[in-house]
Design a protein around this ligand. Structure first.
Ligand code: DQA
Length: 152
């Protein structure tokens, strides 16, 4: 692996519909746009991005397992599974790199079922409510956290 390592950007259910899906809430940018934002920030800081989107909980778990020993960080927007998936929680708990949770919208300002994230306890932090900017901020958070932990 060149540079500072691989960041897995993981996208959960319905995020493939971004751009068309409830644009008043999620904006008009597509998932490809957000991955491009993350990639630009990663290139600027010496990381490489790999992106995976799936609508299936088990595939998210397997993607996290597959990142073990390979990726230095995971930036995860698990969509509605953020609020329900203990199997994703456990998979992320077994990942030894940095985990940053991202949401385009601000779940705390929406329906009560969105107020709890079950992956929040195994993330270093959460960036929510800033739309696509969140993906750049998430890469910057990874950059800072890894710089801090390596002392560079
Ligand atoms: C979301 C927020 C979730 O509550 C929702 O189910 C999504 C998208 C966001 O990015 O704002 O699918 O994760």
């Amino acid at each position: 692996m060149n540079g500072r390592g691989l960041i897995l950007v993981l996208s959960g259910p319905n995020l493939n519909l971004l751009g068309e899906r409830e644009p008043a809430i999620y904006g008009t940018q597509t998932l490809d746009d957000h991955v491009a934002t993350a990639s630009e920030a990663a290139t600027a800081t010496g990381f490489t991005i790999e992106h995976r989107q799936t609508n299936h909980e088990g595939d998210l778990v397997e993607a996290v397992q597959g990142a073990r020993g390979r990726a230095v960080a995971i930036i995860v927007n698990a969509g509605a599974l953020s609020h329900t998936s203990w199997s994703l929680h456990d998979a992320l708990a077994a990942f030894d790199g940095v985990v940053v949770e991202v949401h385009l919208s601000n779940p705390a300002a929406r329906e009560p079922f969105r107020h709890t994230s079950v992956i929040a306890p195994v993330a270093a932090g959460c960036i929510a409510g800033f739309g696509g900017l969140g993906y750049r901020l998430a890469v910057e958070a990874v950059d800072q956290l890894i710089a801090g932990s390596t002392g560079s």
